[in-house]
Structures are given as structure tokens and as C-alpha cells.
Design a protein around this ligand. Structure first.
Ligand SMILES: [Zn+2]
Length: 548
């Protein structure tokens, strides 16, 4: 691709579409800067690959020119891929103290903590990375210390919001710094690269303080055991639940590993100082039912989460039943609906009352509404609007909102290279983009052979035959056939397929018997024929030929 000197460019590699995992790149001259590096969850679309990361091949090939990676906040879709992709990027990472605490634990688990140069920047700090003159501006979001990033470049000033909302009373951390945003707007801003997640909601954002009040009266009114599920990283919400519990004379117990990890990171950074230390799940049974509030992981129906186990009554230390209540203090992330409903169904079957944000005011979004976004445009007054982080209907609604304010919107697909210049902002090139699946510890291309085979096996099973042949290619003994995921070993059909396969390979022409590959191909055809059409399946077919 063309890399003109002096030019500024923006390249999103994973922020558009249904699964938002953020990896944003900026180029100044020949130097690149990355902002955020997150994972996405595939939901029902690709059951063979649960966790996805943006394919970093474009920037990995240019890692010598990559000056650094900035993390705007500690959500998985912004920070979760660092531990997996850093070995391909090998650049310094810039974080706030809280994101740093979360990142260190992840890098420690991946055994690369010692390798990664981490620079902790205070909230609202100004710093330089290569040729980039950068400034953090604190914004409110559903995690502590979210920051917008201002990039001052020879081509102009760019404001990259990250995830944000307006909330005059966020309770943990400061409100979005609208004074500073306006001052940056006064400098003259070329482009605003802005979060679109909640742009289709109208009215001003609701406040965390309102949730706290509502939660306090709700918990005070409940009998029996009370459990609340929310995102572990939503420290303000965890604090709201803890305060509501304390007001009702209940002790707070944390259930689930990610909550315990986030509790440590939050307290290390000075958060949650106003609430008593939480008890562990092993201590829950020492407390009377009406004196406990459990905060539990699993608001998205994750099958291995604590709440999912509790709903099936297979959790080692916690059980819930008749007279108890579970509050979902979270939203349903699209794609997770079925899994969440299954957990709620199991809870209801046990007699547990389930309360969601449909029945009671127990959650507010961490993302800017349309009104908030409109206010952001009034503050920053950019010449161009670049909507990011949302599905296409969100991005187009965001673009229409910008247009109404006489700001020129530019819609990008992942991989589009946007030249940002005062005289013209336009897409000038396309970079390779895509997704990799995190499979155990490996990264696999979604369209590669391994996952293609996995998909095929998932829906059609696999059939494998083993045949021993002698020097001249004649079969020794009986061939073995197995078809896991397709046929049980003692199925009559297995026996039939094996017999038909055995007689078919006896018919293979003699001239193919001295060539292993030719024999193998003929044997695969024989196996496919033996399987026939009765099952109406097209499984993966493989034959092992052992010449003995
Ligand atoms: Zn976020």
C-alpha cells in the first residue's frame, strides 16, 4: 500500500460489525500507533470458535514502525487481546493505573509480563509516543478510568473518544471532562472518531446515582438470599450493590473468579475504599439468608460461570432456591440472549425470583445516547465525523446525526485506510483485516483449514478407516472404521459400512496398489460410497493406509 510521508491516516481493524473488538491504528508519516486491542465473543454464529481477536497481520508485518499501543479502558473488547497479540506486535503499552492493574494480571497469566514494557499514564495525562503528541481526557464509562485520546498532529487534531457517556454523578471517578473537550474543540479539530454503541437511544443518559438509589430500595424490600449479577469491571456498580446491601444490613459475598480479580485491581488503585472487604463464597453459608447479598459472575449466561452453575445447582458452595432473588444488573449483549434465558429459566425452575432491567430500574448503559453524542459534537466541533464501535445500523444512525449538525460523516469498514488531511478526508486504500479464533492457546484463522474441518465435523461428523496392506498393496486382516459424532461403534450401520468398505477396497484396481496416494484416494472414494446416502450427511472422510 502507499504510505505517503507526512500524511495522517486512520485504519480500524475490528471496530465495525456485530462483534466489536477494537484495534484502531493511526499512521503519521511512516510511524504507526495502535489504540486498543480487544477480544470479541462469537455468540451463536461460529460455535467452533468462542473467542475472537482482530487479525493483526497488517500491523504485525510493520511492527518495526509501531511506536506503541494505547489502551483507553479495561473492558475485554478493548484490552482483552493484548496478552494474545502482543507477541506479534512487541511494542510499548500505555495505560491508566487501573487498566494497568487489569493488564498485568492478564499478562502474568500468559507468562509474558516481564517482556511487555508498560507505561502508566495518569488520567488526563499528556504524553508522547514516537511522533504522536497525545493527551488523555477522562470520560465516564462503565469501568473506572476510561479515557478519550487527543492526537495532535501536523495534519490536525483528532479526538478518539473510546467508549464514553455523560453522567453528572458517575459515583466512581470524575464525570466526562467537558471543559477540556471544549478547550480542545477551541483548538480546531479535524475529526472526531466516536463510539456509536448506544447512539440510537434518545434522551440524556441515565445516571449511576439513580441506579444506586433504585437498587437500595429494591434490596431493602427483599427477603431470603439476594444475588446480583453484573460485569466484574463495573466497579461503580459493584460499589452501588455493596452500599445497597450495607444499607439493608446485609453482608456482601463475591462469587466468581473474575469478580475477585477485579476487586483486587480496584482496591489496589484506591477504589471501593468506602465499602467493607467482601467475604468469599466459602463463607456464604455462615450467614443467615436474609443477611447476605452475593455479587455473582455470569450475567451473559456464560456456561462455566458461577451463576450458570448455581442455576443448575452444581456450584460447590452456593445454592439458591424458593424465596431467593437474582437481580440482573446488566444488559443482554446481542448474541447472548439464548444463553442468558437458559440460566434464567433454570433459576425460575428452582423457585428463584429473577429481576431484570425490564421489571425494575437496576441498570444503566455505559455508552453515550444520541443526545450525549450530539453534545460531544457541540463541544468538539470537528470538521469530520468518523463513527466507530457499533453495528451498521448504529454507525449509519450516528452518521445521520453528524450530518444534521453539518459535520461531514465518513463511514468505514474494517480495513479501510482513511487519509486525514485538512484539504480532504477520504478512503485511499484497504488493508487486510479479519478475525482469528482463540483456540486454547493458539490463534487460528477463521477461514483456515483447521476451523473449516472443525465446522464440518460439528455438523456432519467424521469417518476414519485404517487399512494395513502388504508390499504389493493387498489388504492384511480386517480394516477398521470409526465415525465419532456420526455413528456409535455398536450401531448396525457401523458394521454394514465396515463390511461394504472391506469388499470395496478388494476391488481397487491392481495398478493403484503400489502407489500409497493413489490407493488412499481410491480407498476414500470407497469409504464415501460405503457410507452412502442413507444418513444424509457429508462427514469429513479420512483413510490411514499402513504398508507393513
Ligand atoms: Zn467499554
Amino acid at each position: 500500500m502507499t504510505e505517503q510521508n507526512g500524511d495522517l491516516a486512520f485504519l480500524p481493524l475490528g471496530g465495525t460489525g456485530e462483534i466489536g473488538m477494537n484495534l484502531n491504528l493511526y499512521r503519521q508519516g511512516e510511524t504507526w500507533l495502535a489504540i486498543d486491542c480487544g477480544i470479541g465473543f462469537s455468540g451463536n454464529d461460529t460455535p467452533e470458535a468462542e473467542i475472537l481477536v482482530p487479525d493483526p497481520v497488517f500491523i504485525a508485518e510493520r511492527r518495526d514502525q509501531l511506536a506503541g499501543l494505547i489502551i483507553t479502558h479495561a473492558h475485554e473488547d478493548h484490552i482483552g487481546a493484548v496478552a494474545h497479540l502482543w507477541p506479534l506486535l512487541e511494542c510499548p503499552v500505555y495505560v491508566t493505573p487501573f487498566a494497568g492493574a487489569v493488564l498485568r494480571r492478564k499478562l502474568g497469566e500468559a507468562r509474558i509480563l516481564q517482556d511487555v514494557p508498560i507505561h502508566v499514564i495518569p488520567c488526563g495525562g499528556r504524553f508522547e509516543v514516537g511522533p504522536f503528541d497525545l493527551e488523555f481526557i477522562p470520560v465516564t464509562h462503565s469501568v473506572p478510568e476510561a479515557q478519550a485520546v487527543v492526537l495532535r498532529t501536523p495534519s490536525g487534531v483528532i479526538v478518539h473518544t473510546g467508549d464514553w457517556k455523560l453522567d453528572p454523578t458517575p459515583l466512581v471517578g470524575p464525570p466526562t471532562d467537558i471543559v477540556r473537550l471544549k478547550e480542545v474543540g477551541d483548538e480546531g479539530v479535524l475529526a472526531l472518531v466516536c463510539d456509536s454503541t448506544n447512539v440510537m437511544s434518545s434522551g440524556p443518559s441515565q445516571s449511576e446515582a439513580e441506579v444506586r438509589r433504585s437498587m437500595t430500595s429494591l434490596i431493602a424490600s427483599l427477603k431470603g438470599r439476594v444475588a446480583v449479577t453484573c460485569f466484574a469491571s463495573n466497579v461503580a456498580r459493584v460499589e452501588s450493590i455493596a452500599m445497597a446491601a450495607q444499607a439493608a444490613g446485609r453482608t456482601v459475598v463475591l462469587v466468581g473468579r473474575s469478580l475477585r480479580n477485579l476487586d483486587v485491581a480496584a482496591r489496589d488503585c484506591g477504589y471501593l475504599s468506602g465499602v467493607l472487604p467482601f467475604l468469599t463464597e466459602q463463607e456464604v453459608n455462615d450467614l443467615p439468608d436474609d443477611q447476605v447479598v452475593m455479587i455473582i459472575t455470569g450475567s451473559q449466561g456464560e456456561p462455566r460461570s458461577a451463576l450458570s452453575r448455581i442455576s443448575m445447582d452444581v456450584h460447590p458452595s452456593v445454592s439458591l432456591g424458593e424465596g431467593d432473588t437474582v437481580i440482573y444488573s446488566s444488559r443482554m449483549i446481542p448474541g447472548n440472549e439464548r444463553a442468558i434465558m437458559a440460566v434464567q429459566d433454570n433459576l425460575s425452575r428452582r423457585g428463584v425470583r429473577v429481576i431484570t432491567d425490564k421489571e425494575h430500574f437496576v441498570h444503566v448503559s455505559g455508552h453515550a445516547t444520541g443526545d450525549d453524542v450530539s453534545m460531544m459534537y457541540d463541544l468538539v466541533r470537528p470538521r469530520y465525523a468518523v463513527p466507530v464501535h457499533g453495528e451498521w445500523r448504529h454507525l449509519t444512525a450516528h452518521a445521520a446525526l453528524a450530518q444534521d449538525k453539518n459535520i461531514t460523516p465518513v463511514l468505514l469498514e474494517d480495513g479501510d485506510v482513511l487519509r486525514l488531511a485538512p484539504e480532504k478526508v477520504e478512503v485511499v486504500d484497504t488493508a487486510p483485516s479479519g478475525r482469528l479464533a482463540l483456540d486454547g492457546g493458539r490463534l487460528l484463522p477463521m477461514d483456515g483449514g483447521v476451523l473449516a474441518a472443525r465446522r464440518k465435523m460439528l455438523f456432519n461428523g467424521i469417518i476414519i478407516a485404517s487399512v494395513a496392506i502388504d508390499d504389493e498393496g493387498f489388504v492384511i486382516g480386517e480394516p477398521k472404521v470409526s465415525a465419532p459424532g456420526l455413528l456409535d461403534a455398536d450401531d448396525q450401520e457401523s458394521v454394514r459400512v465396515c463390511e461394504e468398505f472391506a469388499s470395496a477396497i478388494d476391488m481397487i484396481p491392481d495398478e493403484l496398489r503400489n502407489d500409497d496416494k493413489a490407493f488412499c484416494d481410491a480407498a476414500k472414494t470407497a469409504l464415501r460410497r460405503a457410507l452412502g446416502r442413507k444418513l444424509q450427511k457429508r462427514p469429513l472422510v479420512d483413510v490411514h493406509v499402513l504398508r507393513v
